[in-house]
Design a protein around this ligand. Structure first.
Ligand code: PEP
Ligand code: MG
Length: 584
């Protein structure tokens, strides 16, 4: 087969050569057919067999995963297994085969449609959302009926490079990390969820490859270069050897960086920067420590809400936060209240689809809309404050009234806990994410109201430049060094320093070594990033003087275009850190 090269976006660094596993997420196309009376028995038997096989697959999956995952993720499988015994689903399908003389596929499809309609009519939005479970189980039975393979990352047997149109956040919950060598997806951009996830798991990935799923079959040899976003399908010998060399060099460089682990992130002239990790699951804390990070600068808690039949209880919140706080202590953990919506699926599934989810009811807006859910989370966080060094962070604050409302809810929750005699840290620090241009522009007004800022560049850039961070077609416009973005960053920095509050950045920009010196020069004292980037950024920090960083930032600020700013930044890195530049 001929070699083919695809270029997308480098989402998570590393070079991998392996066999492809094509994750086929297309729905099974169902051929509903009339059958004769004589075929009824066979069709019923086929259907029952498919149900049994589905049950066996899920039981097996449950057994396998209960070793790797906690109980909290297992009951989603239990819910699905229970559905396979549900009369509404199983008996109605059998009845439909017999009475309507339909083949098993057609009958099952009819049953699922009827059940889905019933769910749609339910008032309770939570129950209504369970429609998804029924559809998921219907798809599984259907695949078994027509002999399609089940497509879940949990079921990958051998080590493989996963090729998919896109991956859902929930894929990570069942993913066998040891089996997945790399990802390559049609969709996505550097700051899409799949990309962030790949980096946090340390799995090399290329995204935004457009049509890679059409070019690859399971079993093909593929090379994924997650640094440059290149995927080679069926490489020729010369290409293969070339990438093998690059892979070796990259590994060697990573080992060199590893030597910095125990050393402080301190500039040549003694200025200390806090390099921290972004995490999504409590298990990731150790990885931050192993990569030389000092604390968790962003704990994205929406993962507690994903793909589960019930909302997390206060106890579940508390246990997760306590675990993270204890593991990270004495270092700090910045817990962000949930940011559901936009690119993250979850609770929003239960609501009507929004035309513009990124501009819709998400993050703090959702929390203030559903105060009971918000309060449960705040209680869990406050209770956990006695077990470590926890700070609270609100996402997507757009102005003062929203902040005041969030503060009011927090005060109410604190009072409730006091009344109940439950201990918490009365001095818990509260910060806000600056990720909406309006917040950046009034950062002076906000700075005097909060204990710290954390700039979320993933969203700030998306909203400032009007670029959907999920859309691979406009990903080329997504530019952290755009003069408009840089001016906002400078404004936020000035406001934070004037109010004498710490200034953090936790967007992906913070983890790119190309920007590290600029961010120091702009006055960021905390940079929180995916764990794999910590050693790279530390290398830059340890090799510059603050004076040079400030000078570089000033030079960058004078550039009229992002392209010129980028050129200036690249020249700086090439001159100062030729070894890093070679790997970028
Ligand atoms: C950001 O917007 O930069 C950020 C860190 O938040 P998220 O990526 O979770 O939206
Ligand atoms: Mg954000």
């Amino acid at each position: 087969m001929d070699e083919k090269i695809y270029r997308g976006i480098g989402a998570s660094p590393g070079i991998v050569i392996g066999r492809a596993y094509l994750l086929d997420r297309r729905k099974v196309v169902v051929a509903g057919q009339r059958i004769g009376e004589v075929n009824v028995k066979d069709e019923v038997a086929c259907f029952k067999k498919a149900v049994e096989v589905s049950k066996a697959q899920l039981e097996e999956l449950k057994k396998r995963l209960s070793k790797d995952l906690g109980k909290s993720h297992i009951y989603i499988l239990e819910t699905l297994i229970m559905l396979l015994e549900d009369k509404m689903l199983i008996d109605s399908t059998v009845k439909r085969i017999k009475e309507s003389l339909l083949n098993a596929e057609g009958a099952l499809k009819g049953t699922i449609t009827v059940i889905a309609q019933k769910f749609d009519a339910i008032e309770d939005e939570y129950l209504r959302g369970r429609k998804h479970d029924v559809e998921q189980i219907g798809e599984r039975i259907m695949r078994n009926l027509v002999g399609h393979k089940q497509e879940s990352l949990a079921e990958i047997g051998n080590e493989a490079v996963v090729i998919a149109h896109d991956l859902a956040p929930t894929d990570t919950l069942v993913m066998r990390k040891d089996k997945i060598l790399a990802f390559a997806t049609d969709a996505g951009s550097r700051t899409s969820h799949t990309a962030i996830l790949a980096r946090s798991l340390g799995i090399p990935a290329a995204v935004g490859l457009n049509k890679i799923t059409e070019a690859v079959k399971t079993g093909d040899v593929v090379i994924v270069d997650g640094i440059h976003g290149v995927v080679v399908v069926s490489p020729e010998e010369e290409t293969f050897l070339d990438f093998l060399k690059k892979q070796r060099r990259y590994k060697y460089f990573e080992q060199e960086l590893d030597k910095l682990r125990e050393l402080p992130a301190e500039t040549l002239d003694g200025h200390v920067v806090h390099l921290q990790g972004n995490i999504e699951l409590p298990d990731e804390v150790m990885s931050v420590v192993e990569h030389g990070g000092t604390g968790i600068g962003l704990y994205r808690t929406e993962f507690l809400f994903l793909d589960r039949p019930k909302l997390p209880t206060e106890e579940e919140h508390y246990n997760a936060y306590r675990q993270v706080a204890e593991k990270a202590a004495p270092q700090e953990v910045v817990i962000r209240t949930f940011d559901v919506g936009g690119d993250k699926i979850g609770l929003m599934d239960n609501f009507e689809k929004e035309a513009n989810p990124a501009l819709g009811l998400r993050a703090i807006r959702f929390s203030l809309y559903k105060k009971d859910i918000f309060k449960t989370q705040l209680r869990g966080i406050l209770r956990a404050t006695v077990h470590g060094n926890i700070k609270l962070l609100y996402p997507m604050i757009s102005g003062i009234p929203e902040l005041h409302e969030a503060k009011k809810v927090l005060d109410e929750v604190k009072q409730e806990l006091r009344n109940e005699g439950i201990a918490f840290d009365e001095q818990v620090k509260v910060g806000i994410m600056i990720e909406i241009p309006s917040a950046a522009m009034i950062s002076d007004l906000l700075a005097v109201e909060v204990d710290f800022f954390s700039v979320g560049t993933n969203d700030l850039i998306q909203y400032t430049l009007a670029i959907d961070r999920q859309n691979e077609h406009v990903a080329y416009l997504y530019e952290p060094l755009d003069p408009a973005v840089l001016r906002l960053l400078k404004q936020v920095s000035a406001a934070a320093h004037h109010a004498r509050i710490p200034l953090a950045m936790c967007g992906e920009m913070a983890g790119d070594p190309l920007y590290a010196a600029i961010l120091l020069g702009l006055g960021f004292d905390h940079l929180s990033m995916n764990v794999a980037s910590i050693p790279w950024v530390k290398k830059v920090v340890r090799s510059v003087r603050m004076y040079d960083a400030v000078e570089l930032a000033q030079l960058i600020m004078q550039q009229p275009t992002a392209a010129l700013a980028r050129k200036t930044a690249e020249t700086f890195v090439q001159e100062r850190f030729p070894d890093i530049a070679a790997e970028l």
